[in-house]
Design a protein around this ligand. Structure first.
Ligand SMILES: [Zn+2]
Ligand SMILES: [Zn+2]
Length: 228
């Protein structure tokens, strides 16, 4: 499976060379996961799968444009701008790819899903934005060839907001490493937050690499291609 990471910038103002675009992943030039920039449609994906409907994952949300390409569209909940959206309610397939949705805690008012995507023997997990993933939701998952997650905050704990008994926001990179390391040998990071742009990108990537232990950590850049 070939995974192209189109964008590595979170929903923030600062940007840097090779870290300009918002989220989008293209699998084998065929399936798009999230569409943070309209240009991603140029690759003529066969289907689009959304992790959640924040604007940096669904570019058409702020302008209230309808999103109506004539291809299958999948997402965690109905959306007024996507009349043809198929709401995910369990495992589903797109051609030879099987998608297993994993509930992710992230936003107060939006549902979020990560996806384990399997093609043949190869399995990846794209988490989307993460405040937390209940360990029970990861307990049964098979060993993954690659996990792609976010890096909004480099500090332990990230930035978590609380309302009554609910949490939302983004956890920290160290927490994600601990949470995801039991399931894979490789974790790629994108969706960088402000911290990343306070120094030269090379320095910030080195900071991620400095957290590496048994599991390989891959700080991504816009347009990076990974093959598993
Ligand atoms: Zn988000
Ligand atoms: Zn985001």
């Amino acid at each position: 499976m070939k995974i192209r990471i189109f964008g590595t910038r979170g929903k923030i103002e600062p940007k840097a060379e090779d870290h300009v675009n918002h989220t989008g992943f293209l699998l084998d030039d065929r399936i798009l996961i999230d569409i943070g920039e309209p240009e991603y449609m140029k690759y003529r994906p066969e289907a689009v799968v959304f992790t959640h409907f924040h604007p940096d994952h669904a570019f058409f949300v702020p302008e209230k444009q309808k999103f109506t390409p004539k291809i299958p569209l999948f997402g965690p909940e109905a959306h007024e701008l996507i009349p043809e959206l198929k709401v995910i309610n369990g495992e589903f397939r797109i051609g030879e790819y099987s998608f297993t949705p994993i509930p992710v805690i992230h936003a107060l008012k939006l549902k979020s899903l990560g996806y384990i995507i399997q093609k043949g023997q190869k399995k990846i997990f794209i988490t989307g934005d993460v405040a937390w993933i209940e360990k029970a939701n990861l307990a049964e998952i098979p060993k993954l060839d690659l996990v792609i997650t976010e890096a909004s905050f480099i500090n332990k704990g990230g930035r978590i907001n609380r309302k009554k008994d609910r949490i939302f926001g983004h956890t920290g990179v160290p927490n994600l490493i601990r949470l995801l390391s039991p399931h894979t040998q490789k974790i790629a990071f994108c969706h960088y937050g402000e911290w990343f742009f306070e120094n030269a990108p090379e320095k910030s990537k080195a900071k991620i690499k400095s957290l590496e232990d048994d599991v390989q950590l891959i700080p991504a850049h816009d347009g990076m291609e990974l093959e598993i």
